[in-house]
Design a protein around this ligand. Structure first.
Ligand code: PMP
Length: 438
């Protein structure tokens, strides 16, 4: 019950203390540790629909949803049934199954820029493999990424900008040798002039440009249509591949991903390679990368680019992903999800306005971002102008009231089809209280 949440014994704290003895930082992925916002991470006991219950038995409205995968909410009956059935048939075979074909066919139907797809187990693996494929297919080494975009933790992608456009990046993690990132050029998001200069200097040596088209790792920032159009034109002119990292945006901002949104604005638009994850596994470890047949046939066993995985195309994960994709493909699903998400950001904006708090917000499909800033930021530097202590106060104010948003100001948020109008109203009411408290 809610009451036991205020019990003298804090089970979350007990578990955190115990976890820190055996797991570095007590967590298996850093952002879970609440380092940015301070306080004790909530250990999840169970989850259902739009909620999870922490170790104190306290209920939270969940706006993280496993950082994107849980677009149907937790424990959707059709997905649970598909997973239970699959488990009884076997966990993992290391041999091909019909279900992998079904999932591949479903993905290709929904994302028509891809003619073939390879299944892997994490977004990191998919992005890493996409880069190897782009390098193998072009015979080039260099790549462009953008500040604030995250593509998993492959060595070549853990990089920050060097001192200028003529210099390549520096590692952002210990353990990444400088030689490994010397081919990675880091540019400012939405900066067309810098993009043009970079292509003028290095265009003919570039294997690919990798981008989150609607970025969810610097909170929520869209690539402008003119910027995206320029990315496409320059890649085509210089023979570099345009790689869309849609691990977060795929099947989340629209059924056809962010690329379907840019294709509406830019006639004939398509990326060369797409990287997918999160929603395609419905909460199980599953990710993918794909593109035109001519590029994908460069992969082993057909071609010279090596890539493999013991658990790739796992039968339980593919069952979970397939059931999820079938639900989100039903008529009206995305319209309803987008409207619900929009009602959240509009409600929050209204509450902030009434309290005189600087605020801006945006959403697309079931993904949203809000900022304690007067105007929507266009790049990482602008996002990071947010008043950190102020965000942390908002975070904890919401958490105390049973509303769980990302514990860092540079993360996006997620609404699921299980979030009700009442959940949104309760969230806005909680935010209104916190805003008014200053
Ligand atoms: N790309 C993007 C855009 C992501 O958001 C993430 C994870 N948040 C990844 C890649 C890496 O995926 P994973 O955590 O499954 O390795």
């Amino acid at each position: 019950t809610e009451k036991s949440g205020a019990a003298a014994v804090d089970r979350n704290q007990q578990l955190f203390d115990r976890a820190r003895q055996v797991i570095p930082g007590g967590v298996n992925s850093p952002v879970r540790a609440f380092r940015a916002v301070g306080g004790t991470p909530r250990f999840v006991q169970r989850a259902q629909g739009a909620y999870f219950w922490d170790a104190n038995g306290k209920r939270h409205i969940d706006y993280i949803g496993s950082w994107g995968p849980m677009i149907l909410g937790h424990g959707h009956p059709a997905v649970v049934e598909a997973v239970q059935k699959a488990v009884l048939e076997g966990f993992s075979f290391g041999a091909p199954t019909e279900r992998e074909i079904e999932l591949a066919e479903e993905i290709l139907r929904l994302v028509p820029s891809m003619q073939m797809v390879r299944l892997v187990s994490s977004g990191t693996e998919a992005a890493m493999s996409a880069i190897r494929l782009a390098r193998g297919a072009t015979g080039r080494s260099k790549l462009i990424k953008f500040e604030g975009c995250y593509h998993g933790h492959a060595d070549a992608l853990l990089v920050k900008a060097g001192s200028g456009l003529a210099t390549f990046g520096n590692p952002t993690s210990a353990g990444v040798p400088p030689e490994v990132v010397q081919h990675t050029l880091v540019l400012e998001y939405n900066n067309i002039q810098q993009l043009e200069e970079a292509f003028a200097l290095h265009g003919d040596e570039l294997a690919c440009l990798m981008i989150e088209p609607i970025a969810g790792n610097m909170n929520f920032v869209r690539a402008s249509v003119p910027f995206m159009q320029r990315c496409r034109e320059l890649c085509t002119r210089h023979g570099a591949l345009l790689v869309f990292d849609e691990v977060m945006s795929g099947f989340r901002v629209a059924l056809g991903g962010a690329q379907s949104i840019y294709a509406r604005a830019i006639p004939g638009f398509a990326p060369d390679i797409s990287v997918l994850g999160k929603v395609i596994g419905g909460g199980m470890p599953l990710a993918a990368f794909g593109g035109p047949r001519s590029i994908m046939e460069q992969l082993a066993p057909l071609g010279p680019v090596y890539q493999a995985g013991t658990l790739s195309g796992n039968p339980v994960a593919t069952a979970c992903g397939l059931a999820t994709l079938r639900e989100i493909g039903k008529p009206g699903f995305f319209d309803a999800l987008a409207a619900r998400t929009r009602s959240l950001v509009d409600g929050l904006a209204g509450a902030a306005r009434e309290a005189g708090v600087a605020f801006s917000a945006d959403s697309e499909g079931g993904m949203f971002g809000f900022f304690l800033l007067d105007a929507l930021p266009q790049n990482y530097g602008q996002v990071m102008k947010t008043d950190g202590p102020r965000f942390n106060k908002l975070f904890h104010g919401l958490l105390d009231r049973g509303v769980y948003i990302a514990p860092a100001l540079y993360e996006a948020g997620f609404v699921s089809s299980a979030h009700s109008a009442q959940d949104i109203a309760d969230t806005v009411a909680a935010a209104s209280e916190v805003f008014r408290a200053g």
